[in-house]
Write a protein of this length. Structure first.
Length: 228
């Protein structure tokens, strides 16, 4: 390809793929704003049925790309990625006629869902471990796919036919909350806690240096199996 051909090809990519990515990101950002509204509604609904003030139930809007849902002993962190990703050719979604007929449909924004212990944030324990429990992929036409733990891993896989709505997002948020609450904290091995330091005990009430987190009991496709 000559220099003039290269320039034309670069222009073509910028006018198609780069514009597409901007459109996908815009839609994902709009859906993330709707997600925040749905989380607020969920908190209000749950508080009516869970009046005990000791039970954490609140939402914290941290930024345009992060919102936290405190629910019981858990905090669920929803983080919108600032980049747009494309399903690999080997992915199930890429095998559908929806993507085969128009490969641009394979480009998605991503909202990642992490589960931490609420105390990890409230007591500022930066060494505590959290786990990815779900990923929500959204394309320019609002088709979506969810992968993750428990029901999240199989309920929302029909990328070709599924279109996101506020009601569907509300439903997904509830499923995420169930997955997090059911994901219990396990006692760490004795060998991991049998030794400590004076400094550790002195600062225990502020920030523990011992890593604490929930066990990882699932895997996403293409990931190694890590179980606790």
């Amino acid at each position: 390809m000559d220099l003039e051909g290269d320039k034309k090809y670069i222009s073509h990519l910028l006018n198609t793929r780069s514009v597409l990515k901007q459109d996908v990101y815009k839609r994902t950002k709009e859906w993330f704003a709707i997600l925040k509204s749905e989380l607020h509604e969920i908190v209000e609904e749950l508080r009516e049925n869970v009046p005990d003030p000791r039970i954490r139930l609140r939402m914290e809007d941290k930024s345009d790309a992060e919102v936290r849902l405190y629910i019981g002993s858990d905090v669920i962190v929803f983080a919108m990625h600032t980049n747009v990703f494309k399903f690999s050719d080997s992915d199930y979604a890429s095998q559908t006629s929806y993507v085969q007929d128009n490969p641009l449909n394979a480009y998605c924004g991503v909202i990642q869902v992490y589960n931490f212990l609420a105390d990890s944030y409230e007591f500022n324990r930066p060494n505590d471990i959290g786990y990815l429990i779900g990923r929500l992929f959204i394309n320019r036409e609002d088709h979506f796919l969810m992968e993750g733990k428990q029901q999240l891993g199989f309920l929302y896989r029909d990328f070709m036919h599924q279109e996101l709505t506020s009601d569907k997002l509300h439903e997904i948020a509830n499923k995420v909350a169930i997955a997090a609450i059911d994901f219990e904290l396990l006692t760490p091995p004795y060998q991991a806690v049998e030794k400590t330091t004076v400094h550790h005990l002195q600062t225990l009430s502020h920030s523990s240096e011992l890593k604490t987190g929930k066990r990882l009991g699932f895997k996403f496709s293409s990931e190694t199996d890590v179980r606790g």
